[in-house]
Design a protein around this ligand. Structure first.
Ligand SMILES: [Zn+2]
Length: 160
């Protein structure tokens, strides 16, 4: 579980703090970290758009939550940042890893859902469904479901 909040460092820098377990991000300007180095801010702050450091994965135009306005492209966003004296916050390895895990797990869920949909509707698995309906194949637990999918795939290949 990652907690985020806005903070003002003792050096004056405003930034978004990412906190996980006992670890939290450091000030991007002076490197200070820990609760004693900063003051937590509760008002909305125009500081950060995470995961957008290289402009990757962003579809323009979009409403930038950090800036509180629409931006039409990366260049406009950069100009607004400079005009307001804002700095891009670079996600640490920790947050990058967390984001990677989240997207891998989402991809896994999508694959499983697609497979289950296939088992339910694909004509290639009609025999499998009949077997389930007639009780020849016991109701699957999550663990044995993958094995069932593999078996059904093998069966389907034989039939073609
Ligand atoms: Zn600082």
């Amino acid at each position: 579980m990652i907690r985020t909040f806005d903070a003002r460092c003792r050096c004056g820098q405003l930034y978004e703090v990412f906190e996980r377990g006992g670890t939290s991000s450091a000030c991007p300007r002076c490197g200070a970290s820990g609760p004693e180095s900063r003051e937590r801010l509760y008002s909305p702050l125009a500081v950060v758009g995470t995961g957008d450091v290289a402009g990757v994965g962003r579809i323009y135009p979009y409403f930038d939550r950090g800036l509180g306005r629409m931006v039409r492209n990366r260049q406009e966003r950069d100009r607004v940042m400079v005009r307001r004296g804002l700095q891009e916050w670079e996600p640490s390895d920790l947050e990058r890893a967390a984001a990677r895990n989240a997207s891998a797990s989402a991809a896994r869920k999508t694959r499983i859902a697609a497979r289950q949909e296939q088992l339910r509707t694909d004509p290639a698995y009609a025999d499998y469904r009949r077997a389930v309906d007639s009780g020849m194949v016991a109701e699957r637990t999550k663990k044995t479901q993958q094995a069932a999918v593999r078996a059904a795939e093998k069966e389907a290949r034989k039939c073609r």
